[in-house]
Design a protein around this ligand. Sequence first.
Ligand code: ADP
Ligand code: MG
Length: 450
Amino acid sequence: MAQFELSAATALWSELLEAFKSQIPEQSFCTWIQPLTPQRLEDNTLLLAAPSQFHREWIEGHYIRNIECALKELHGEDIRLKLHVAAGALPRSAPPLPRVRETSERAESSFESSLNPRYQFEAFVEGDSNSFARAACMAVADVSHRCPWNPLLIYGGTGLGKTHLLQAIGNRVVAKHKSYRVLYASSERFTQDFIQSVQTRHTTDFSHRYRSIDLLLVDDIQFFAAKERTQIEFFHAFNTLYQNGKRIVLTSDRPVAELAGFDKRLISRFDSGLVTNIDPPDYETRVAILRNRAEADKFPLTRDVADFLATSITANVRDLEGAYVTLAARCQLMRVPPTLDLLRDVLRCRGSQNGARPPAEKILALVVEHFRISPEILRGKSRKREIVFARMVAMTLMCEDTALSLKAIGAQFGGRDHTTVMHARDTIQNRRTAGDTEVIAALKEIQQKA
Ligand code: ADP
Ligand code: MG
């Protein structure tokens, strides 16, 4: 079998990501864990690169023990984590890392902008589902031309390439215009920065930082909902940049009309620009994404394995990539070529969480069983606390685990309105993010059976 370039560190890290994903809220996972890049594995120490000093300290302060525990559970032996700030991130950064080739990823993010060089337009596969959003992003990235709309807002479900496109804009601009000040921030990062600036009484530094840039990229703005002070700060930064003709690109997991808890002034600002969406990729795009990735990794992915994978995972590119990376990691560790049997096993192990998605009826059946109530009561009009809770859990699982629209989910519950479904989902997701054990336990138990 041809040697492909997936190192032991990458294989171990991808396994860890799979296992760790369900242990912390999704947003924290995306903000803090995903941007870490595996570098090498040596003497039971896994070396990771963090995109900035701030990021590194955050991981050391909040996650390092849990990650080490998860690694021990996976491998039965102690594996220590060591973090570096990615080369090029800070002038006073840790000693330069040796150059190792890690799939297509190289840990060289710029501190100023927090960009991950892995996300480029060239690595983004175009298909009907994303071609307009991609074209809009490329137009924004071409700073030599006037951009006809500002801001640009891209919305779409999770794992469909929003962050990839947002970062690709930043990477292209930085590559072509060295002096251009580009800033990428997740909404969580923006919020943390703001809270920190209030705590340390450095709010002027904060405003200065966010208002003195040429291109602002803010990811997942739905998390600003109901964070009033952060929203006000964001609104000021936004206005200053907007009035100075600076470009602003935002992403959200839902359309503007569904951004609950947002100041009306912000909503009308978003609407004044261009709003576009990304849909789940069609079959051809999914196959092309897999081929592209395999080519970059020099991984001998055969046509039948790629077809089977692209048919099994349909809703989300992140899941598709996740299954691919697990398959590639297994092949690497076991030194065998990819086969359909191995792929079936990978999909089985990944379970319904990422593989074949459970249909809505199955979710209903599991929720009914879990809460010991009848389907009629679940679908009915009862406002009893435990019934309402069960209903909200069922709606959330359908939002997260099926490709059904809010309207179609509402229809499953006696024709309830899509805003009711949205409210249920937001309530449950917020409670999960806040660490509510009742919610976390119910979701986990039901998802395990799905
Ligand atoms: P989102 O921000 O919408 O949740 P991401 O941008 O994080 O999704 O994408 C999830 C993963 O899928 C990333 O690794 C990204 O590179 C990859 N991806 C998504 N869409 C594409 C595409 N069209 N071509 C190549 N890779 C893609
Ligand atoms: Mg994202």
